[in-house]
Write a protein of this length. Sequence first.
Length: 420
Amino acid sequence: MPVTTEPSSRSLADWLCYLENQHHSAIDLGLERVEKVAKQGGLCHVNATVITVAGTNGKGSSCALLEQILLSQGFRVGVYSSPHIIDYRERVRINGNSPEAEVFCRSFAAIEQLRGDTSLSYFEFGTLAAVWLLAQSQLDYLILEVGLGGRLDATNIVEPDVSVVTTVAMDHIDWLGDDLAQIGREKAGIFRPKGKVVIGDEDIVSSVLQCSESLNCQQLAAGREYHVVKSANSWSYQGETLCYQELPYPLLPLSNAATVLAVLEQLGLNIDPLLIQQAISEWRLAGRLQTILQQPLIVADVAHNPQSATYLASQLPKLAQGRKVFALCAMLSDKDIAASVAPLLSLVERWYISGLEGARGDDGTSLAACLAPPIKQQRFTSLTEAYQSARRSLDEHSMLIVFGSFFTVAEVLEFSSAPT
């Protein structure tokens, strides 16, 4: 179906408001509607090598490292990820850069024409628009980060060349269920018969491995087909056909770095070890252990579930370097709040908490209940007040960690430069 993309009078903000209000539900899992529109636009098969990445945690950071390595080889690389932190345009990168707002507007207009009377959720509409945009970009590689689950996620309409599951843990139970095996099967829904698969967690729930086996996938799984060997100052990756030694320890999770090397192995790429070392050393992603301010030290992390909070807790002593740790936290009500703050309770001296707005936001009551005396806490009516109070309390002997949600980090990043 031919699609015209004449300039629209709608701005990007207008389009995003439209997307938010044109479907009955913000989250509406299922592929029937989105696949119908994708087939209309020929978007199920993209003229690029497609890597689709699912998992409870580690998707965004894995995508970023893979992107960085592929770009270093001169490849044309596109990435679609979500959610964004501040600017919607963060969701798409082409050769490391986000497109201009006008480009997004054209892609939204294209999907609006393609969909006809088919209703699409915010995420479905945005995903189709991103794929349409990226399909026009003459890419060598397209990296797709799954939004929620995998099997019924809108990204699953695009046929992958390599399917990745980073980790599986309890999260999004309202949509994926409260059974870890079922969640694993949902994540593994991006696998294809005889397709290439990477599984990044040595302790992955068995249902993921069973899905891979039942589909006769070409599998590279951590602790099985590839191994990580750690030493005091470096680590090594040992795969079936690829080996990298004396790699530096990264700021972000080591298992995700190894997952990316397994993806390179599945792609048949053998890249200069020095470039791999450099990429891992420089590996950063907004909102992941991101330093907002050096003096006093303020770090933001989007940890929002028990697994990601456990990793954050493991890194805090290295970040603090003897400083007292204060925490600013606000979470969504559909998260396991108690289990998410538990790993940090022994590390944090004082908590600054508030609620988050919106239908899914916790007003701070559930969070406060998890921080009973003798834990020191101060509760505020807004994140702004909480941040300003926390910052006034900081000195050279203390640091602040901001975490709990993408929304928390986004709001703090937006006003962190404001005077206290």
